[in-house]
Ligand binder design. Structure first.
Ligand SMILES: C[C@@](CO)(OP(=O)(O)O)[C@H](O)COP(=O)(O)OP(=O)(O)OC[C@H]1O[C@@H](n2ccc(N)nc2=O)[C@H](O)[C@@H]1O
Ligand SMILES: Nc1ncnc2c1ncn2[C@@H]1O[C@H](COP(=O)(O)OP(=O)(O)O)[C@@H](O)[C@H]1O
Length: 304
C-alpha cells in the first residue's frame, strides 16, 4: 500500500496587525508569517477498509474529528468520493495551543498528503481553498515560507525577498490560550501601536536582522500579556540573553526571540528553560525550502 512521510512545520508571526472586524466577528489581519524548521512528523498510508485511523505520540490529543488532521482526511474523502481508508500517525513536536499553528500545519500536511496518496492532481491553489474551509491559518500552512497574510488569513502574498537565515528560540509558558478568546478580547479600534509591515519587509530585503528585531510587533499582545504577564518577562529575558528582538507569536502564549548566531540561540534556550522552569523551549531556525517545491521527493522519502 502506498505511504508517505511529511513534515508539518510551525510558523511564527513576525508582525501581526488587526485592521478591522467582519460582521461575523472574524478579524481582518495583516501579518508577516514565517515558517520555522520545527516540525511534526506525519506518516500516512492508504488502507483498504473505508475508515480514518489517527494515532499520535500524545495520549491526550484527540484522534477523532476534533483533530484538524482527521478533519482534513474526512473532507478530502467526502469531496472526492474516496472509498479507501487512510492511516495517519502524528509525531507531535510542536507545542499545542501555542500560537505556532501546529494543528493547522498537521491539517495542511494531511491535505497535501491525501492529494499525493490518492493521486487527486489538485493544485496548491485548490488545496488552499479546501484548507480555508477548515481554519484561517491553514491556507498559509499549505503555502508556507515568508508570506503576508491578509483578509482573515486567506489572502496570501509571498514576500519576494527571503527572510534572512537566523535562529529562533521558542519558549512556551505552561498555559493554554484560546485564539477565539484572545480575538474576542481585542478592542482593535483602540490599538495605538501598529506594527510596520512594510518596514519589516524592507529590513528582510536588506538582511538586517537587528532592524527586524526592532520592528517585531503583534497587537494581540495587548490581550494575552495582561492575562499572562510572564510573557513580557520572557521577552525581556530573551533580549537580555542576546536576541535581536522578541515577540509573542500569534495569539500566544509562545514567545520567540531572533538570534544571529546559532550558538547564542542554543545557550539562550537552555538559560530560559532553567530560569523559568519551562519544559517547552526549542532552539530552531528560519525555514528555507531547499527544493522550492512542497512534497518533492528526496532520498526516496517524501518531505514537505
Ligand atoms: C492568531 C493567528 C495568527 O496567525 O494564529 P494562532 O495564534 O492561532 O496560531 C490566526 O489569526 C488564527 O488562525 P486560526 O487559529 O486558524 O483561527 P481559526 O481556527 O480559523 O479561528 C479561531 C477563532 O479565532 C477568531 N478569529 C480567527 C481568525 C481571524 N482572522 N479572526 C478571528 O477573530 C474567531 O473567533 C475564530 O472562532
Ligand atoms: N493535530 C493537532 N495538533 C494540535 N492541536 C490540535 C490538532 N488538532 C486539533 N487541535 C486543537 O486545536 C487547538 C489549537 O491548537 P494549535 O494549532 O496547536 O494552536 P494555535 O492555533 O494556537 O497555533 C488546540 O486546542 C488543540 O486541541
Amino acid at each position: 500500500m502506498k505511504d508517505i512521510r511529511l513534515r508539518a512545520r510551525a510558523k511564527i508571526n513576525l508582525t501581526l496587525d488587526v485592521t478591522g472586524k467582519r460582521e461575523d466577528g472574524y478579524h481582518l489581519i495583516q501579518s508577516i508569517m514565517q515558517t520555522v524548521s520545527l516540525y511534526d512528523g506525519i506518516y500516512m498510508k492508504r488502507i483498504q477498509k473505508d475508515e480514518i485511523i489517527l494515532k499520535s505520540n500524545l495520549s491526550w490529543l484527540p484522534t477523532d474529528n476534533r483533530n484538524l488532521a482527521y478533519r482534513a482526511a474526512e473532507l478530502m474523502k467526502a469531496k472526492y468520493g474516496i472509498t479507501e481508508g487512510v492511516f495517519i500517525e502524528i509525531d507531535k513536536r510542536i507545542p499545542v495551543a501555542a500560537g505556532l499553528a501546529g494543528g493547522s500545519a498537521d491539517c495542511a500536511a494531511v491535505l497535501v498528503g491525501m492529494n499525493r496518496l490518492f493521486d487527486l492532481g489538485l493544485s496548491m491553489k485548490e488545496l488552499e481553498s479546501l484548507a480555508f474551509l477548515l481554519g484561517s491559518d491553514i491556507p498559509y500552512c499549505v503555502q508556507r515560507g515568508t508570506v503576508v497574510s491578509e483578509g482573515v488569513g486567506e489572502i496570501l502574498t509571498p514576500v519576494k525577498c527571503q527572510c534572512p537565515m537566523c535562529y529562533v528560540v521558542l519558549a512556551k509558558l505552561p498555559v493554554s490560550v484560546s485564539t477565539a478568546t484572545v480575538y474576542r478580547g481585542l478592542d482593535w479600534q483602540s490599538v495605538q501601536d501598529h506594527p510596520d509591515t512594510k518596514g519589516m519587509i524592507q529590513a528582510m530585503a536588506e538582511a538586517d536582522i537587528t532592524k527586524m528585531g526592532r520592528l517585531l510587533g503583534n497587537v494581540l499582545e495587548t490581550v494575552t500579556i495582561p492575562m499572562h504577564p510572564q510573557i513580557a518577562q520572557l521577552k525581556e529575558e530573551l533580549v537580555h540573553l542576546g536576541a535581536e528582538g522578541a515577540l509573542m507569536s500569534g495569539s500566544g502564549p509562545t514567545v520567540f526571540g531572533l538570534f544571529k548566531e546559532e550558538e547564542n540561540a542554543k545557550k539562550a534556550a537552555s538559560a530560559i528553560r532553567k530560569k523559568f522552569g519551562l519544559k517547552e523551549v526549542v532552539a530552531t531556525k528560519i525555514y528555507h525550502s531547499d527544493s522550492g517545491k512542497r512534497g518533492e521527493q528526496r532520498n526516496g522519502r517524501n518531505k514537505i
